[in-house]
Design a protein around this ligand. Structure first.
Ligand SMILES: Nc1ncnc2c1ncn2[C@@H]1O[C@H](COP(=O)(O)OP(=O)(O)OP(=O)(O)O)[C@@H](O)[C@H]1O
Ligand SMILES: [Mg+2]
Length: 265
């Protein structure tokens, strides 16, 4: 593999309760994502997928303690600088309703991100926000700018969340089950949108999903987690064709073969 865009090596995360022993959440996790590719992270509920993304985004819970051997970003060792510097990473959450401020209009959310990351305000910021909404396939974006998050449908809200993440001009987009809360037709539309944006912008993506159909459709490589550890990683086609771990075989057995064959792998 060539130089990774983002790599973390030897990541441990513990939750430190007020009393008693720390609880291990992640152990010795390695993740390396090549520039312009999509890494899928799969594994059963509680295996640590969200905590891995939160460690990358520096949004671990207060009680969490993190330790790692090395972090690489765009070919540079940023292990020492990681907590001080802003790296161009942005995140899309499973439920955008919880990550928007309910009292703030969509336009306010977007122009704040534009002010912060692109240093532009006023009419130009408005215009960029409208363009961003258009780019993610939101019809009548001027109207949506004036709406509150709860006034949008789930699919439109997820599109707006993706637009907001991209306005931070990330090189790496991290997504935690971005389609799980949506119904099947809308899921397919959001996946197609993510795929188009990834290809058009050459984004590097880390996407957590419990759906191996999503991995087949969108991802180049996949990392399988279990009990806070990586149990398998590799090219999607290789892992699906010849899973090395019993655990991965079990995951694979749970989905229809057509979904895998119809995908990108
Ligand atoms: N805020 C928190 N405080 C304490 N422990 C937590 C917290 N969030 C998660 N955990 C614990 O960390 C472990 C990993 O959780 P995580 O949310 O990363 O799993 P996941 O793989 O994302 O699961 P799911 O597929 O259900 O989203 C679990 O044992 C969970 O109970
Ligand atoms: Mg999760």
């Amino acid at each position: 593999m060539s130089e990774p865009m983002l790599a973390v090596r030897g990541l441990d995360v513990d939750i430190v309760p007020p009393k008693g022993e720390p609880i291990p959440i992640l152990r010795d996790v390695d993740l390396a994502v090549e520039r312009g590719t999509v890494m899928g992270v799969v594994g059963e509920s509680g295996s640590g997928k969200t905590m891995l993304l939160r460690a990358l985004m520096r949004i671990l819970p207060d009680r969490a303690k993190r330790d790692w051997h090395q972090v690489i970003f765009d070919g540079a060792d940023v292990t020492e600088r990681f907590d001080r510097e802003r790296l161009p990473l942005a995140m899309v959450f499973q439920d955008p309703l919880t990550s928007f401020n309910p009292l703030r209009r969509i336009g306010g959310h977007l122009t704040e991100v534009i002010a912060r990351f692109q240093h532009v305000r006023g009419g130009e910021a408005q215009a960029r926000a409208v363009a961003a909404l258009t780019d993610v396939g939101i019809p009548d974006p001027e109207r949506v700018m004036r709406q509150y998050p709860h006034q949008l449908s789930g699919g439109m809200r997820q599109r707006a969340m993706i637009a907001m993440a991209l306005l931070a001009e990330p090189e790496v987009l991290v997504a935690d089950e971005p389609t799980t809360a949506l119904d099947a037709t809308i899921q397919a539309q959001i996946l197609a949108l993510l795929h188009r944006l990834q290809v058009q912008r050459g984004l590097t993506v880390v996407i957590v999903t419990h759906d191996l159909g999503v991995v087949a459709a969108l991802c180049d490589r996949v990392t399988v987690m279990k009990d806070g550890r990586v149990v398998e990683t590799g090219a999607v086609a290789d892992v699906f064709a010849d899973p090395q771990q019993e655990y991965t075989r079990t995951l694979l057995a749970a989905i229809p073969a057509a979904e895998i064959e119809g995908g990108r792998a």
